[in-house]
Design a protein around this ligand. Structure first.
Ligand SMILES: Cc1cc2nc3c(=O)[nH]c(=O)nc-3n(C[C@H](O)[C@H](O)[C@H](O)COP(=O)(O)OP(=O)(O)OC[C@H]3O[C@@H](n4cnc5c(N)ncnc54)[C@H](O)[C@@H]3O)c2cc1C
Length: 322
C-alpha cells in the first residue's frame, strides 16, 4: 500500500488511459510503476492490426502486433493496472479538476487525470479492392514493409498533397517503380526531374481497381483498360483521421496539417486542457510503434510528476489533497 492510495481515494482512478495500443500501454506501464491507480479502456482496433508482422521495433522486430500488445497487457497487469475492453464515448470535466468518462455500455468512470492514446484511422483511396489488401501487399510505409518487398515491382498511388514524394522514397527499395497519378494533379517540373533521376515511370490515367490472383496482387487496372503488372502497391491514406473525439469533447486545441487535424501537445504530451495528456498516432501521423511507446512513457511520467507536485503543494498549503 502506498501513500497515494490513502491520500487520494476520491476518484475511481488517478489516471485513465483511453486507448490501449502501443502508446497507451506504455503510458499505463509507467503509471503502474508509479503506484498510480490506473485504468486502460481499449476499443481493440490498433492501427497496424491488418499487418501480420511489426517491423523496426528494436528487440521485437518481426513480432506480430497482437503478440506485442498481449505482452504489454501482461506487463501492466503485473503492476496492478486495470484493463477494460470498451469504448469511451463521452468525456466531461467534473468540476473539481478531474473528468467523468462515459463508456459505450453506459457505465461512467471518474478519472483525476487522462492520457488519450486513441490513434488514428487511415482513410484509404477509394479504389476497388484496395482496402481488403491493406497491410498485406497494399502498403503505406517503407520503414514498416520496405525490406520485406525490396526489389519487387512497386506501384505507388500519388497522394494529391505530395504526388511524387512516396514514389521517390520507395524507389530506394526497388529499381522497378511506377507512379500512378490517379486523381492527383500534374507534376511540377522539379518533381518530374527527381522522378526521372530515380528511374520512376509515371502513369497519368485514373486507377479503377486491382488485379489479384491466388490472393496476391498482380496488377493495377487503369481507366483506359490496361493493367500494369505490379506485385506491391504503396498507397498513403488520402486522409489520416485522428480518433480525437474525447479530445474534441474536452475542447483540446487542434492544429491543421496536410493530412488532417491533430491535437496540439508539448514535449511531454500535455494538451491545452489541464489534466489531459495525449500520445501516439492521435497526436500525429509520424508516430511509429517505438515513437508511440516513447511518447506514451513521457506522458505517463509527466502525469505522475504533475500529481506528485499538486499533492505536495496542497498538503503544504493545508488544502485537501486530490
Ligand atoms: C498496415 C500498417 C502496418 C504498420 N506496421 C508498422 C510496423 O511494422 N512498425 C511500426 O513501427 N509501425 C507500424 N505501423 C504504425 C503503427 O500502427 C502505429 O505506429 C501504432 O499503432 C501507433 O500506436 P497508438 O497507440 O498511437 O495507436 P493504435 O495502435 O492505433 O491504438 C489505439 C487504440 O485506441 C483504441 N481506441 C480508439 N478510440 C477509442 C475510444 N474512444 N475508447 C477506447 N479505446 C479507443 C483503438 O481501438 C486502439 O486499440 C503500421 C501501420 C499500419 C496501418
Amino acid at each position: 500500500m502506498n501513500a497515494h492510495l490513502d491520500l487520494d481515494s476520491t476518484y475511481d482512478y488517478e489516471a485513465v488511459v483511453v486507448g490501449g495500443g502501443a502508446a497507451g500501454l506504455s503510458a499505463a506501464l509507467i503509471l503502474g510503476r508509479s503506484l498510480r491507480r490506473t485504468l486502460v479502456v481499449d476499443a481493440g482496433q490498433p492501427r497496424n492490426a491488418p499487418a501480420a508482422h511489426m517491423q523496426g521495433v528494436l528487440s521485437r522486430d518481426g513480432m506480430s502486433p497482437a503478440d506485442f500488445l498481449a505482452a504489454g497487457r501482461a506487463e501492466i497487469a503485473a503492476y496492478g493496472v486495470e484493463w477494460r475492453a470498451g469504448e469511451v464515448t463521452g468525456a466531461a470535466p467534473d468540476g473539481r479538476g478531474g473528468f467523468t468518462l462515459t463508456l459505450a455500455d453506459g457505465d461512467t468512470v471518474g478519472a483525476r487525470r487522462l492520457v488519450v492514446t486513441t490513434g488514428l484511422v487511415d482513410e484509404l483511396p477509394r479504389i476497388d479492392g484496395l482496402a481488403g489488401r491493406w497491410g498485406r501487399d497494399v502498403l503505406h510505409c517503407p520503414y514498416c514493409h520496405g525490406w520485406e518487398v525490396r526489389g519487387e515491382a512497386f506501384g505507388v498511388i500519388a497522394h494529391p498533397a505530395m504526388p511524387a514524394h512516396q514514389a521517390l522514397m520507395v524507389a530506394h527499395w526497388s529499381e522497378d517503380v511506377t507512379l500512378f497519378l490517379h486523381t492527383a494533379g500534374e507534376l511540377s517540373e522539379h518533381d518530374a526531374a527527381l522522378l526521372d533521376a530515380a528511374g520512376v515511370r509515371v502513369e497519368r490515367g485514373e486507377v479503377t481497381g486491382l488485379a489479384v490472383e491466388d490472393d496476391r496482387l498482380t496488377g493495377v487496372r487503369l481507366a483506359d483498360g490496361r493493367t500494369v503488372a505490379r506485385s506491391v502497391l504503396f498507397a498513403g491514406a488520402s486522409r489520416l483521421a485522428a480518433r480525437d473525439g474525447v479530445l474534441r469533447r474536452l475542447g483540446a486545441e487542434l492544429r491543421a496539417t496536410p493530412f488532417g487535424e491533430f491535437v496540439v501537445v508539448d514535449e511531454t504530451g500535455r494538451t491545452s486542457v489541464p489534466g489531459v495528456w495525449a500520445a501516439g498516432n492521435v497526436t500525429g501521423p509520424q508516430e511509429q510503434v517505438v515513437n508511440a511507446v516513447s511518447r506514451g512513457y513521457r506522458a505517463g511520467a509527466a502525469l505522475n510528476a504533475e500529481l506528485v507536485f499538486a499533492d505536495l503543494e496542497a498538503k503544504a498549503a493545508g488544502r485537501p489533497v486530490g
